[in-house]
Design a protein around this ligand. Structure first.
Ligand code: ADP
Length: 866
């Protein structure tokens, strides 16, 4: 509390000092104050929205939450009610004009219960509440990359900044996800009062064969003969450099920072600009930032004549100002035009040429008691500060103001630091006193704590010995969940053994190692890496082998001509984009002999085409290419086969064999189990409109999965996401393992998000995968046990459906503690004791070494076939 008070106090002090001493604002680098969504200065009634999903997700809840409390409050639009979903918005009314430099967004996680966020959004703004402008960056892009998980705040600089009173956040969504947003705006008040300027648009110069564009490229009003009703580069807080060919902003064209005009194109010999203000003001001066590179025909203006208007007509007596002509310095500079305290709500100024070109990058006004708009510090270090002789003397005033500002700020920061140190010191001291008195008063509790600590260290040593036997540095390097495990789930922390310190588990070390190996973002859980599982007499040790197997591009995977694919229907939607059924003309001839699909001479061949969605970012693109590389190396009758790719041009596609009956989960869900007595009957497997399946067919499916996994284990390949949803069904109950990425959308409920980073299929995961982050062949065996259970229960329920995610994690703790309190999945109906006790339960043995291999599972299942 005390710290908060100090923060508030410091804000006030800063504001007072800024207003009183410096009398200037809008420096985009400093103008980054939260405008009150988080702090509550923006009232509920000023936050509105196009729609809301429910009362508890109304607009007023759309406030960014920096403390990331329970993460429940958020605005969620009723996207389904809006056919294209693109018009949904969350609107903030700031009550007056603000210069907005930064926006922040966050999703809704509701402490693990929610997972809604806006991956992309657009921004619209308005100064008067009636005409709206769609924000776009300097390159014309309107869509902003938003959140990647429901937890983290993502801040985006608005380049160019916005001057607005109303701002709308508009999520961009494809309907497959419910979107929720919490937002904040950052900036400072726009005291300038300038609502719009009207100018002739800038001209193009050809300098030594180089095209130099002096147009107002970020102007947000109308553009016809003149630019009208908008603001743009002249108020964006960015000054031009001395050399107009160079820009502050990387990657922009020559002349970008300036709006400029050619004397020959304006026969009257001047440029006329009209400035409209929010209300009548008393103007003392105007500051114009001009280029003066006379060696290239550019000079500041010779004369400025300004007219004033308070009502409907321009007043007759203008103010005329003639700056000193500077024939020595070519520095760009602010020229201050005195406006003689005239009262007006609009000013019209004519700037007369003194050379072939006149270039402006910023215009600002001083009215009443404040100097407005332009920052007094340049945006970039090394920008000229206009101190050479012969220049407009006002620069020196600017400079001294800057120094005063910096001096004040340094003093304030120093005072604040002292106050904070004192407060912290007091708190620490208090805590120490409290602790000491507690220790004296409660010896018994201390004794108990000591016992617990002992218990924990023995637990820790058992855990570390466990992990020592399986984890080595190589494993750490290839472990894909770095960022997800640095901060293990709060739920895991609730397990007593894990509550005190996760560092004891050796997790942070492995994560740090990976972080330094360059994993960025939240890596995909199911990214399958090759690891070698060397089974020694009494322990597994994992080492990386032959990463080359998956490195580089696969020479055998050939580019298929895209135009030979004919779209038939959409099969589903995956993590990367849509999966379509297509006809592939000439595919059989295209495929090498060993790739061609046996017994299928159809032409054109039906194939499944998985396409990377066009707006995918670099990470998704890399993951997609990685899945291609992995799949291209796998050849087994029970692994879905990659036939060809289209990667020469976007969108990237992978072409796989078509599995007529879709994924195994959906397939089984629609079936019913035949009675034992009907097993041998060969009549059509249809009863009362419902398809029936025999128990032996189910075991036959499990055999095929075990066979595919046997092949993967022969390559030391850990799948990490084995489940019925990731197996596909072809003709005649053929099953093939797929998904070397992870299907998220359709089966979102099967995955659990740890700290908003990775989504983990906890109900299929071994205890050591959840608690220690270890993925091995033995953890794939655990998942196989769950998959077998799904098959034998015909996927009618999710595993442990009676348990919440939190309870599943608690149950994982019981597996670890091994005190007989762990809950196992129950024996499926009709499942023989032998299959349940000897096979299924053995897959879930606590000791990974005691779990069967896929070879053994395969044999056992074959033997169990009736
Ligand atoms: P991702 O791995 O990106 O999550 P999937 O490969 O799981 O995507 O594909 C999503 C859905 O598309 C699957 O659930 C399935 O219904 C369908 N699908 C994918 N591949 C095929 C295929 N080869 N044949 C038939 N249907 C497929």
């Amino acid at each position: 509390m005390e710290v908060m008070k100090v923060q508030q106090m410091s804000h006030h002090v800063v504001f007072i000092l800024l207003a009183a001493t410096v009398r200037s604002q809008v420096n985009p680098e400093m103008c980054r104050y939260p405008l009150g969504m988080t702090g509550g200065q923006i009232q509920d009634e000023d936050i509105s929205a196009s729609s809301q999903w429910s009362e508890s997700t109304a607009a007023r809840f759309g406030r960014l939450d920096l403390d990331n409390g329970d993460g429940d409050g958020a605005w969620c639009p009723d996207i389904m009610s809006e056919p294209d979903g693109l018009k949904e918005y969350l609107q903030v009314d700031l009550r007056s004009l603000y210069f907005i430099t930064l926006v922040g967004t966050q999703g809704r996680h509701a402490d693990g219960m929610g997972n809604e966020f806006a991956q992309r959004y657009r921004i619209k703004y308005s100064r008067d509440g009636s005409s709206w402008v769609e924000w776009q960056d300097r390159k014309g892009r309107q869509v902003i990359e938003g959140n990647r998980n429901a937890y983290d705040v993502v801040l985006k600089d608005l380049e160019p900044p916005i001057i607005a009173r109303f701002v709308r956040f508009m999520p961009v969504t494809d309907h497959s996800m419910i979107v929720c947003m919490r937002v904040e705006l950052y900036g400072c008040e726009w005291l300038d009062g300038l609502m719009s300027y009207s100018i002739p648009d800038g001209h193009q110069m050809i300098y030594r064969g180089l095209d130099v564009y002096f147009n107002d490229s970020v102007y947000d009003g109308a553009s016809a003969e003149r630019l009208t009703k908008g603001l743009g580069q002249l108020t964006d807080g960015t000054w031009g450099l001395d050399d107009f060919l160079h820009s502050h902003i990387y990657g922009m064209w020559p002349g970008y920072d300036y709006v400029g005009w050619n004397n020959k194109s304006l026969p009257k010999g001047y440029v006329e600009m009209i400035f409209e203000f929010d209300h009548v003001r008393n103007f003392t001066s105007m500051k114009v930032h001009c280029n003066n590179m006379f060696s290239r025909g550019v000079r500041m203006f010779r004369q400025a004549t300004c007219y004033f208007r308070s009502g409907s007509d321009w007043e007759a007596d203008p103010v005329t100002f003639r700056p000193n002509v500077d024939r020595t310095s070519q520095n760009a500079r602010f020229v201050t035009v005195s406006l003689g305290d005239r009262t007006a709500s609009a000013i019209k100024c004519r700037f007369h040429f003194s050379d072939l070109w006149m270039l402006f990058s910023e215009v600002a006004f001083q009215s009443g008691s404040a100097v407005y708009n332009t920052s007094l510090t340049p945006r970039k270090h090394g920008h000229p500060t206009n101190t050479l002789p012969g220049e407009d003397p006002t620069h020196k005033v600017d400079d001294s103001n800057t120094r005063i500002l910096i001096g004040c700020l340094v003093a304030i920061i120093a005072i604040l630091l002292v106050i904070i140190v004192i407060i912290l010191w007091r708190q620490v001291w208090q805590k120490m006193l409290e602790k000491a008195s507690r220790r004296l008063l409660d010896n018994e509790l201390t004794a108990r704590l000591a016992v617990q600590t002992q218990a924990f260290s023995s637990l820790h040593s058992s855990l570390s010995s466990e992990s020592d036997s399986t984890t080595n540095s190589t494993y750490e390097r290839i472990f894909p969940l770095c960022s997800d495990y640095q901060e293990p789930s709060r739920l895991i922390r609730k397990l007593p053994e894990f509550a005190q310190s996760t560092e004891h588990l050796g997790l942070s070390t492995s994560c740090r190692a990976l972080a330094s190996s360059g994993a960025d973002g939240a890596p995909h859980y199911a990214e399958a890496d090759i690891i070698s599982l060397q089974e020694s007499s009494d322990s597994y040790s994992i080492t990386a082998v032959n990463m080359n197997l998956f490195a580089g591009t696969d020479s055998s995977m050939r580019e298929f001509p895209r135009h030979k694919l004919t779209f038939k229907e959409k099969l589903g939607e995956g993590q990367f984009g849509e999966v379509h059924l297509c006809e592939a003309e000439g595919m059989q001839d295209f495929l090498d002999e060993d790739l061609s699909i046996e017994g299928n001479n159809e032409s054109p061949l039906l194939v499944a085409v998985k396409t990377l969605r066009e707006d995918a970012n670099k990470n998704a693109r890399n993951d997609f290419l990685k899945e291609i590389r992995i799949m291209s190396r796998l050849r087994d009758p029970n692994i879905v086969r990659l036939l060809a790719v289209c990667v020469d041009t976007d969108p990237l596609c992978m072409i796989t064999e078509y599995m007529e009956n879709g994924d195994l989960n959906q397939f089984l869900c629609m079936l019913r189990l035949k009675e034992a007595a009907d097993e041998d009957k060969t009549e059509p497997e249809e009863k009362e409109g419902e398809s029936m399946v025999s128990y032996s067919k189910l075991i036959g499916m499990a055999v095929q999965i075990a066979s595919g996994m046997k092949y993967l284990s022969s390559l030391n390949f850990v799948h990490r996401d084995l489940a019925t949803r990731n197996c596909l069904v072809g003709k005649n109950y053929t099953i093939k393992i797929a998904d070397f990425g992870m299907s998220r959308n359709l089966y979102r409920g099967d995955y659990y998000r740890i700290q908003g980073r990775a989504v983990l299929p906890i109900r299929w995961m071994s205890w050591e995968s959840i608690l220690l982050g270890k993925f091995t062949m033995a953890s794939d065996v655990w998942a196989f046990g769950v998959t077998l259970w799904e098959i034998l229960t015909l996927c009618k329920k999710q595993p442990y459906s009676q348990l919440s995610d939190e309870q599943v994690i608690e149950n994982t703790g019981e597996f670890f503690r091994d005190q007989g309190k762990q809950v196992y999945l129950p024996k499926p109906p009709r499942c023989p004791d032998g299959v349940y006790n000897d096979l299924m339960l053995s897959c879930w043995r606590r000791n990974a070494k005691q779990r069967p291999s896929f070879q053994e599972i395969h044999t056992q299942l074959m033997e169990s076939l009736p």
